[in-house]
Design a protein around this ligand. Structure first.
Ligand code: CA
Length: 239
């Protein structure tokens, strides 16, 4: 598996949470469950989610105040609200507070999946081909080439490169990389990122004067191409 969208499910009812967890993982998403509003806020402040599914009836905090706090962040994932059938006021309030969509319980899982796909497309257009400088990654055929020369990558290497290229020019922490490329149990995996980056560099950058994978001190890694021609950057520092 390569890069996966990561979804936070905020739901206290274990039966529904388990159902969503299984269903969404089966649909190819990485999933974290927060059973309380407090847990949701902690996760939303440390993990870079692509989408949040938010139940409004939580045991500790009101779902709407969770929404408000998530919306105050700089980088905001789309939020889909799950609400009870009779809670029209809550749905209106939720949309006013910046939720992107809502679904009334009980809902059909296919309906949820369809809504999720729309929201993820809206939040982040997904091109079939990613291009950074002369480096090309074909997301559908899962092929990578540089200057027209094919490069063989292991699945995790491909996943990391895809995530970096989707976020071209944006520094990504080791934790963010792990969260998007490894499915679960990612605690303690951050050192492995350095190992994979070394492999990627040897395959992608080593033979070329212009380096595309950059170390961002104190943060992690970034893929970017300089605007200047490669010849002028032959000696550029790449960490
Ligand atoms: Ca609930």
């Amino acid at each position: 598996m390569g890069y996966r969208m990561r979804i936070l499910v905020v739901e206290d009812e274990k039966r529904i949470a388990d159902f969503l967890h299984r269903g969404l993982e089966g649909a190819g998403y990485a999933v974290d469950i927060a059973p309380t509003g407090t847990a949701a806020l902690e996760l939303a402040h440390t993990v870079d989610y692509d989408l949040v599914i938010l139940d409004l009836m939580l045991p500790d905090l009101d779902g709407l105040s969770v929404l408000e706090k998530i919306r105050n962040r700089k980088i905001v994932p789309p939020v889909l609200i799950l609400s009870a059938r009779d809670a029209v006021d809550d749905r209106v309030k939720g949309l006013e507070l910046g939720a992107d969509d809502y679904l009334v319980k009980p809902f059909a899982f296919v309906e949820l999946l369809a809504r999720i796909r729309v929201l993820l497309r809206r939040g982040q257009p997904i091109p079939e081909r990613l291009q950074v400088g002369d480096l090309t990654l074909d997301c559908i055929r899962r092929k990578v080439s540089r200057s027209g020369e094919p490069i063989e990558l292991a699945p995790k290497e491909f996943g990391i490169l895809e995530y970096l290229m989707r976020n071209k020019g944006r520094p990504l922490s080791r934790t963010m990389i792990v969260e998007h490329v490894w499915d679960e149990e990612y605690d303690g995996l951050t050192n492995i990122v350095d190992v994979y980056i070394r492999h990627l560099r040897s395959k992608i950058d080593e033979r070329f004067p212009c380096k595309l994978i950059h170390t961002v001190r104190g943060i992690g890694y970034m893929v970017d191409a300089p605007d200047k021609p490669a010849s002028q950057l032959a000696d550029a520092e790449t960490g």
